[in-house]
Ligand binder design. Structure first.
Ligand code: ADE
Length: 324
């Protein structure tokens, strides 16, 4: 199915994240040469940059299976124990949102990561005893948007801690060209570049926008290749502006500018004013706005930069500079 082939399957097909790929290629080659499992790996960075994809690629490169789960699903000890005891030698266990692991689960992971064993308590009260159960050597791949929210004992048990960065426009353009080919959607390099510029440095968004543009061209311009003009027209319709900002991004910046003179304004206030959840603002919206220099986080709150004022058609006041 084309939908499944859009995710790159091997390291060589993975576009961008050059430093990460280099580090992982070395780890893979060394582990294979020693006939060992990969070291535990923590991937962090904004959502949609390819953490799950990379975990699946590592499994493919190592010739092992990858079990995928998410921290909130590991509520009871037996949830994590069930996964761990079923792993085959060298298998990868991918835990998304690993900063949200319940404490009991996290404590089971410590000896599992360190010594490939779990300590389980059998019985209750006076007759309770602990048993140590050996596991196969495995690789934990943890993913998080908030590396600072991990406890240090957990963070310290990862041999590799790697950050994923926002993608460059030319990398996203290549990703869109590749995905369009898999989806059988004729597209020009300009068309792919237009989608890339509006994708907030994020492949998941690029692929989503490509689908919207593909629908648009099939309905409005049957048989036409997706070119820059068609892509721009389609994405305007979906309220994605030339910088990739959507309605919520613009609303956040507009609230800061119109209601709070450009800031600083507290996160909770911003959340209430936009109807978005504070954590989503922090983890999904703000990283890209900061990356493109439209927003700053200060100890007193969020500040819209002069570039943000201009992007939204306002004239920045001179005294704003003192806040940056
Ligand atoms: N699709 C999504 N992310 C990708 C990447 N990094 N490389 C190639 N195709 C992708």
């Amino acid at each position: 199915k084309p939908e499944e082939r859009i995710r790159p399957q091997r390291l060589a097909e993975y576009i961008g994240q050059k430093d990460l790929k280099e580090v992982l290629a070395i780890a893979i080659q060394a582990a294979k040469a020693r006939n060992e499992s990969l070291d535990h790996l923590l991937l962090y960075g904004p959502p949609g940059l390819g953490k799950t994809t990379m975990s699946l690629i590592l499994a493919a490169e190592m010739g092992v299976d990858c079990k995928i789960t998410t921290a909130p699903a590991l509520e009871r000890p037996r949830d994590i124990v069930g996964l761990l005891v079923n792993l085959k030698p060298g298998d990868i266990l991918f835990i998304d949102e690993i900063h949200r692991l319940p404490r009991v689960t996290e404590e089971i992971l410590y000896p599992a990561m360190e010594d490939a064993r779990i300590d389980i308590t059998i019985g209750k009260g006076q007759s309770a005893r602990t048993r140590s159960l050996p596991l196969q050597k495995f690789t934990l791949v943890g993913a998080t948007t908030r590396v600072g929210a991990l406890t240090s004992p957990l963070r310290d048990r990862f041999g590799l801690v790697q950050r994923l960065r926002f993608y460059e426009v030319d990398e996203l353009q290549q990703i869109v060209l590749r995905a369009a080919e898999i989806l059988n959607t004729p597209i020009t390099p300009d068309g792919a570049a237009e989608i890339a510029r509006r994708s907030r440095g994020t492949p998941r968004i690029a692929n989503r926008l490509l689908r919207r543009v593909r629908d648009y061209v099939e309905v409005k311009a049957r048989g036409a290749d997706v070119n820059g003009a068609i892509a721009a027209e389609a994405l305007e319709l979906f309220n994605v502006d030339p910088c990739g900002l959507d309605w919520t991004d613009r609303r956040m910046l507009t609230v800061i500018i119109e209601n709070y003179g450009g800031g600083p304004v507290g996160l909770e206030t911003l959340a209430a004013a936009t109807g978005e959840d504070a954590q989503t603002i922090e983890e999904v919206y703000e990283p890209y706005l900061m990356q493109i220099g439209y927003l700053n986080r200060t100890p007193r709150g969020r500040v819209a930069t002069p570039a943000a004022w201009r992007h939204l058609g306002y004239t920045p006041p001179d005294n704003q500079l003192s806040l940056l």
